[in-house]
Design a protein around this ligand. Structure first.
Ligand SMILES: [Ca+2]
Ligand SMILES: [Ca+2]
Length: 103
């Protein structure tokens, strides 16, 4: 019955591998978590909806979160500061320079 035991172990391994892959969620999941956290933080009266004033706070928090994520991404060696070399080595998240602005 060694074969059966091997199959169980293989099945368990197949379940573990996708779980490990989730420990590094894609940016989309990060963004959703950020948005949920920012919403909760901005909803000052906790009624589950944002007034115009609360929405302005929400936007401000989202900007800060985005800046913090960009900073972490730019700080390649993780020493807490971003050098010009690190900025130059980093792939820009937006459109390439010279093609700024939206249509
Ligand atoms: Ca509210
Ligand atoms: Ca650095």
């Amino acid at each position: 019955m060694h074969t059966q035991r091997f199959l169980v172990a293989a099945a368990a391994a197949a379940l573990v591998v996708p779980a490990l892959a989730w420990s590094h969620p894609p940016d989309g999941a990060d963004f959703q978590a950020d948005r949920a956290a920012a919403f909760a933080e901005a909803d000052a009266n906790h009624d589950g909806a944002l007034t115009a004033e609360e929405f302005a706070t929400f936007e401000q928090i989202m900007r800060q979160h985005r800046a913090a994520r960009h900073f972490q991404h730019a700080d390649a060696d993780g020493n807490g500061v971003v050098t010009l070399a690190e900025l130059e080595a980093m792939r820009p998240p937006g459109p390439p320079p010279g093609r700024r602005g939206y249509r």
